[in-house]
Design a protein around this ligand. Structure first.
Ligand SMILES: Cc1ncc(COP(=O)(O)O)c(C=O)c1O
Length: 390
């Protein structure tokens, strides 16, 4: 894409994505990282180790992926988990009972459920805030606030929060800024470089990219957090299996090409949807009249492949979900296939109605993860369905 994707020193991001942290396996010369499908590792003798002991703790395939994700996200430490939720749950181990976290109100419903229904029971408290409005963020901070957890762009309303200003605000209080960077991927946005302390990924999405595995990541550069996070990872055991780690390593090699195509298609589909008489409103940060378009341009290298939109008529929802044929009605995002989701009952089903509605998730909201098929075929699929709605 653009110049910013090129590091000042060393290879460009596109090159790092292809070659990863270790471009070939040094013993055999294997170009791809071997899948070390072993639960345990033999020790040469007492108090001697190859550096590997047991795969829950450390596995060579997973370690290569962890180094690669840290490298492409601009961090020092990467930790790989069995899913995005596994990563977020381990991250919470940085905090303790009594701590308060300010969280984007418009975020993945599974994160809401984990925080509110699970960690809420263990003495953590959370405030759900529209973090695209920095004044609301500031007003929600309390003496016991230890972190700000944001998704930007948000899920599913595509609001953009100011990473730099959020970092300044929470750092003044000695807290941490955590950014879920799933929607844009490290190819389009690197929150650590903008002042965030920790980055989360559902690696299930763009990083793996093929709707074929679950994965999750934490990336950071803070030595003082490294030990606690490693301990949480290996003690809780939600670590990524070697084959899944290999799938994500393979996915990352084509991240640059895929993201460019996702975005190109998303722009075309978003523009088409916007003109369609059965569509009330389209949410896409790549529109110049999106309220945070300038902010999005200032902190990301692109606007991504996710779109959400309100249909004009609630009755069209069921028709759309039943009749799409190329676009698949399924709950996920970021893979090569276009997927359509109904947040009300799927991704955001766990969120209480009042909060959902205040965030904008109503019964006419659709979320589209635009794949890398030909854009005209995606549009033709939607067009055919809208004809049936009449
Ligand atoms: C933005 C975001 N973060 C985190 C998650 C959780 O990731 P996983 O499904 O890999 O556990 C999701 C899942 O959809 C997501 O969309």
């Amino acid at each position: 894409m653009k110049e910013e994707t090129h590091c000042k020193e060393g290879p460009a991001l596109e090159t790092l994505l292809v070659h990863g942290a270790t471009p070939f396996e040094p013993v055999t010369g294997s170009i791809t990282t071997p899948i070390y499908q072993s639960s345990t590792f033999r020790h040469p003798g007492l108090y001697e180790s190859t550096g590997y002991d047991y795969s829950r703790t450390i596995n060579p395939t997973r370690s290569e992926l962890e180094r690669t994700v840290a490298l492409i996200e601009g961090g020092k430490y990467g930790l790989a988990f069995a899913s995005g939720m596994g990563a977020i749950s381990s991250l919470i181990k940085l905090f303790k009972s009594g701590d308060h976290l300010v969280v984007s109100e418009d975020l993945y419903g599974g994160t809401y459920r984990l925080f509110n229904e699970y960690y809420g029971r263990y003495g953590f408290s959370f405030s759900w805030v529209d973090t695209s409005d920095i004044r609301l963020v500031e007003a929600s901070l309390r003496p016991e606030t230890r972190a700000l957890f944001i998704e930007t762009p948000s899920n599913p309303m595509m609001k953009v929060s100011d990473i730099r200003r959020c970092a300044e605000l929470i750092h003044r209080r000695g807290g941490l800024l955590i950014v879920d960077n799933t929607f844009l991927s490290p190819y389009l946005q690197n929150p650590l470089k903008l002042g965030a302390d920790l980055v989360i990924h559902s690696g299930t999405k763009y990083l793996a990219g093929h709707n074929d595995t679950l994965a999750g990541f934490i990336v950071h550069s803070d030595e003082s957090l490294a030990e606690t996070l490693r301990l949480a990872q290996r003690s809780e055991g939600a670590t990524l299996a070697p084959f899944d780690a290999w799938l994500v390593l393979r996915g990352i090699k084509t991240l640059a090409l895929r993201m460019a195509r996702h975005e190109e298609n998303a722009r075309r589909v978003a523009r088409w949807l916007r003109e369609h008489p059965r569509v009330e409103k389209v949410f896409y940060p790549g529109f110049e009249d999106h309220p945070q378009y300038a902010l999005s341009c200032s902190q990301a290298r692109g606007h991504g492949g996710m779109i959400s939109f309100y249909l004009k008529h609630k009755e069209d929802v069921a028709v759309l979900l039943r009749k799409v044929s190329l676009i698949l009605f399924a709950e996920s995002l970021g893979g090569v296939e276009s997927l359509i989701t109904y947040p009300l009952v799927q991704t955001h089903g766990a969120i209480p109605e009042a909060m959902r509605l205040s965030a904008g998730v109503n019964d006419r909201l659709m979320r589209l993860s635009v794949g890398i098929e030909a854009a005209e075929d995606i549009i033709a699929d939607l067009d055919a369905v809208f004809h049936d709605c009449i």
